[in-house]
Write a protein that binds this ligand. Structure first.
Ligand code: PLP
Length: 413
């Protein structure tokens, strides 16, 4: 499902040699495979087909408008985590009812906009937020469609920084307080409670915790039904992980088997908010070797023109990404540190990797970089955000230009 593979000894994305793209688009550059996104979406949709469901793509993973438009055409909805992501969803053609708005610490402006648009659901993170939305909606003479985000205190066995369902994390309302708040919300004239929401975290490889969270949320939904609140959906968030080290990750069928039984009992429509699963394997970050060095007592360094500014996951989470030569020269592979050009020792994309005898100017691809890659890129060291390219079969297109130096200074006075 990655869309990338070697053809005639050269790395290709679908039918296009990656080197051709890199030559035309400059490096560093993100390359995405449309076919890979289609395949991932189709597999998840098929796995959930036994129950009414909606797949709301989590824009935080990748909000390139071209990818969003592709996902919308496939039938996806959107999960936006900020005002900016709501705007991205709208520009990609999603209608407000197709958008769920999640996020801790939503600002007044963001809430005003979401209520004015009439998004499909605002996932409420606290009692205070419920009151603020109620006041905004009453001020406009409308009822805002809302869901309550419960924090189930379940550890999903993933990196601490992307674990969101524990009591120690800032997200949601503790599950034992959720029923009380839901009752209060049902009494607020500006709110129309339509669902329940939970999100345990990201890059989850063991589906059992996701099943437990579904069970807890289903219990809450049944309690709400018993005291007369008719909800529409149960939103189990995202989190399904991908096999960054190669091989197989959790299958969508295992995922469906873990969550669907609990959802079925509620009779409610299922919403899921996958990000990584749909796009991680569809993307690669392509860079060029800018320098190499190997001195006695030090590792062999392969220094790329891409680094933590383009892909911060290795530095942020010690995340592993496979790294390959785009046009391998042949010759024995030896261990090296694959690093970026930034002024930080932590700017390492791969530690102790086996690469062949690469030379300055050679192309290197960091695989499985389609999720939480470009969206976390920065201008640190006054570097320009890279271009993004979408490949579809034999065709490819720059869907976002590389920033120019003019762009870098545009907002300074
Ligand atoms: C509320 C919410 N939904 C969905 C996602 C998407 O998660 P993933 O990309 O792991 O599927 C996230 C990411 O952490 C999230 O916070």
């Amino acid at each position: 499902m990655t869309g990338f593979g070697f053809r005639g000894g050269r790395l290709a994305c679908e039918g296009v040699p990656v080197a051709d793209i890199a030559r035309a688009a400059e490096t560093p550059v993100y390359v995405y495979s449309a076919g890979s996104v289609r395949a991932a979406y189709a597999s998840l949709d098929r796995a959930l087909a036994a129950w009414p469901h909606a797949i709301h793509f989590a824009l935080k993973a990748n909000s390139a408008l071209a990818l969003l438009a592709l996902l919308r055409e496939l039938g996806a909805g959107a999960d936006a985590n900020s005002g900016g992501e709501i705007e991205a969803a709208l520009r990609a053609g999603f209608s407000p009812p197709q958008i769920v708005f999640t996020g801790v610490g939503k600002t007044r402006d963001e809430l005003e906009r979401a209520v004015a648009l009439g998004v499909g659901a605002i996932n409420i993170e606290s009692g205070g937020e419920a009151e603020r939305i109620d006041a905004i909606a009453r001020g406009r003479g409308v009822r805002a469609r809302v869901a309550l985000r419960a924090n189930p205190d379940i550890a999903p066995n993933t990196h601490a920084h992307i674990s969101t369902g524990s009591r120690l994390s800032k997200f949601g309302v503790p599950i034992e307080c959720a029923a009380g708040l839901l009752r209060e919300m049902a009494r607020m004239p500006g709110l129309e409670p339509v669902g329940l929401h939970v999100h345990l975290g990201s890059q989850i490889l063991d589906v059992a915790p996701l099943g437990r969270a579904a069970g807890l949320l289903a219990g809450l939904a049944r309690a709400a039904r018993d005291w007369g609140l008719a909800l529409e959906h149960i939103d189990l968030g995202g989190g399904l992980g991908v096999p960054y080290e190669g091989g197989a990750g959790p299958s969508v069928d295992e995922y469906a088997a873990a969550i669907l039984p609990a959802v079925r009992e509620t009779g409610l429509r299922l919403i899921v908010e996958p990000g990584r699963y749909l796009v991680a394997q569809a993307g690669a970050l392509v860079g060029r070797v800018a320098d190499t060095k190997a001195y006695p007592g030090s590792p062999r360094f392969v220094i790329l023109d891409a680094g933590m500014t383009e892909l911060i996951r290795p530095m942020l989470y010690e995340a592993y990404h496979r790294i390959v030569e785009v046009e391998p020269r042949g010759g024995a592979a030896t261990p090296c540190e694959v690093v970026g050009p930034l002024c930080e020792t932590g700017d390492t994309l791969g530690h102790a990797r086996e690469l062949g005898p690469v030379e300055v100017g050679d192309l290197v691809a960091v695989l499985d970089a389609g999720a939480y890659g470009f969206v976390m890129a920065s201008n640190y060291n006054r570097r320009r955000l890279p271009a993004e390219v979408l490949v579809d079969g034999e065709r490819w297109q720059i869907v976002r230009k590389r920033q120019s130096y003019e762009d870098l200074f545009r907002h300074e006075v």
